[in-house]
Design a protein around this ligand. Structure first.
Ligand code: HEC
Length: 158
């Protein structure tokens, strides 16, 4: 009986891990715009390849990532030298766990080079906490600018 239960729980843990790493949430909810390769479309949708890991090292950078998959982003930005001026909208909200899964997948799959050596994956709890701050897509844009200032101050240009 106890053995059964333990086996069942192991199965659950494995299922949760597989969900977090197989990229299904990214493919379903992000790839429609950023593409499955996360390369985006130059001038229209920015790439998420080797450009996001730097945020993880900045103060507030993890919250920015958790909030962007909640509130989107609107306004002129430059990513890898290419200008964009579009709006990211998530019409159907992601659950805390789905948001964590999408971020962990994109960061570990496409942003290894820019990711700090010691990266603690996002949890549903961390996303939940970041979501307590209510922001608009325009406020996200201001937040992004502050983060980039912070990154150049600590010498992490991107
Ligand atoms: C409807 C299309 C669309 C969807 C869906 C979408 N994005 Fe975006 N995303 C964009 C656009 C467009 C921008 C740039 C907005 C701008 O120009 O200000 C962007 C910007 C971003 C940025 C900011 C990049 C940077 O360098 O600061 C991140 C991070 C991001 N998206 C991650 C995601 C993730 C993860 C998902 C899935 C949960 C997702 N996006 C879903 C269109 C989308």
């Amino acid at each position: 009986m106890i053995g059964r239960l333990a086996l069942g729980l192991t199965g659950l843990a494995v299922a949760a891990f597989a969900q977090a790493t197989d990229g299904s949430i990214f493919v379903q909810r992000c790839a429609v715009c950023h593409l499955e390769t996360a390369k985006g479309s130059p001038g229209f949708v920015p790439p998420l390849t080797d450009t996001l890991g730097y945020y993880v090292a900045a103060d507030g950078g993890r919250a920015y990532l958790a909030q962007i998959v909640t509130y989107g982003l609107s306004g002129p930005i430059t990513v890898a030298g290419v200008p964009y001026n579009a709006t990211m909208v998530l019409y159907t909200p992601l659950s805390d766990q789905e948001a964590a899964d999408a971020l962990n997948y994109v960061l570990t799959r496409f942003d290894r080079k820019s990711l700090p050596a010691r990266f603690d994956p996002f949890t549903a709890r961390e996303v939940h906490d970041a979501r307590q701050e209510k922001l608009s897509a325009l406020q996200m844009h201001a937040k992004r600018q502050l983060l980039l200032d912070e990154l150049s101050r600590i010498g992490k240009h991107r």
